[in-house]
Design a protein around this ligand. Structure first.
Ligand SMILES: CCCCCCC[C@@H](O)CC(=O)SCCNC(=O)CCNC(=O)[C@H](O)C(C)(C)COP(=O)(O)OP(=O)(O)OC[C@H]1O[C@@H](n2cnc3c(N)ncnc32)[C@H](O)[C@@H]1OP(=O)(O)O
Length: 276
């Protein structure tokens, strides 16, 4: 059975010790399309908080395996569903930490299963670095008689947005972003993409996530150090080269946003929280 929720829910994954350097951070920022000196030069380097999500597996060169206790799913069926990170302080430009991950929920959406994981990263001296929560949307893996789970919708304010930000992506964006630890062939191999149901390779969800976080930071905040948390649902696929359009509503330290590519929503239920 590809999913056995009785085994999966609550399962702790093996601890992962990881380290990162300023070269990794620079490459990550470049793979998001950064050109600003504070992101691409090691002197006075600012680290985007979304780097925390990719840091643990930054040096992976094999495609991700969707194989956990009670879960064994074909990668071609899997889409990244949601992502959230809370940073407990600015992420340093280099360091070492331990990641602890637990599967918290497996929801049965009928046509799909949604598998939710939570992770905490703690540095070698015991300092909490960040907490993440993410889900994968495994198409064709629902219908096992489990609970449907929450919808987690975020209401948009009933007024014009406070900012609208246009962010182009590059045709080669996914090829660059693959160098940040996610070698899923879905983002490079046309044949694999067709098998997964797409006419062409699609952009990594975490690339869109990082690009949008950076765009909001650059347009509305003093710097990435102001971000406390950022969460979003991947509501539609992005093709490399498309321009992202992000609408932002600001209410004090809470920014609600939505991103589209052309007419299609691509990020929904997205909230970025800043320090007061
Ligand atoms: C170990 C590591 C493993 C690998 C990790 C991933 C590796 C990466 O390389 C993979 C990627 O980056 S894939 C690219 C990023 N993701 C995407 O592009 C997905 C875009 N989203 C979609 O296409 C659709 O929203 C789609 C298809 C997701 C859903 O659309 P529909 O089928 O039309 O679903 P819908 O009818 O709208 O909703 C059905 C129920 O599902 C919930 N839901 C919808 N979108 C979700 C999402 N993105 N995440 C989680 N849940 C989601 C809905 O809420 C609904 O449930 P309910 O009725 O209970 O509210």
């Amino acid at each position: 059975m590809p999913i056995d929720p009785d085994v999966a829910v609550g399962a702790e994954l093996p601890e992962l010790t990881f380290s990162w350097s300023s070269s990794d951070v620079l490459l990550y920022h470049l793979a998001l399309g950064a050109t600003e000196l504070r992101y691409v030069y090691e002197e006075g380097l600012s680290v985007l908080p979304t780097f925390g999500v990719v840091a643990p597996r930054f040096h992976e060169t094999a495609p991700p395996a969707v194989s956990f206790p009670g879960i064994d799913i074909d990668l071609a069926k899997v889409l990244h569903g949601t992502q959230e990170i809370t940073v407990h302080g600015p992420i340093p430009a280099d360091g070492e930490a331990v990641l602890r991950t637990r599967i918290t929920d497996v929801w049965d959406k009928g046509k799909a299963a949604v598998v939710v994981q939570e992770s905490t990263a703690v540095t070698a001296d015991g300092t909490a670095l960040h907490t993440t929560r993410s889900s994968i949307f495994a198409r064709g893996e629902g219908g096992f008689g489990g609970e449907r789970g929450p919808s987690n919708r975020v209401e948009l304010p009933d007024r014009e947005p406070d900012a609208v930000i246009e962010t182009p992506t590059l045709p080669q964006q996914a090829y660059l972003y693959r160098l940040c630890g996610d070698r899923n062939p879905l983002h490079a191999d046309p044949e694999f993409a067709r098998r997964a149901g797409f006419d062409q390779p699609i952009l990594h969800g975490l690339c869109t996530y990082g690009v949008v976080c950076k765009a909001v930071v650059d347009a509305l905040l003093d710097g990435p150090e102001q971000v406390v948390s950022f969460g979003a649902k991947f509501a539609g696929v992005v093709f490399p080269g498309e321009t992202l359009r992000t609408r932002v509503w600001r209410d004090g330290s809470r920014l609600v946003l939505t991103t589209s590519a052309g007419d299609r929503p691509v990020l929904a239920d997205a909230v970025l929280v800043t320090q007061d």
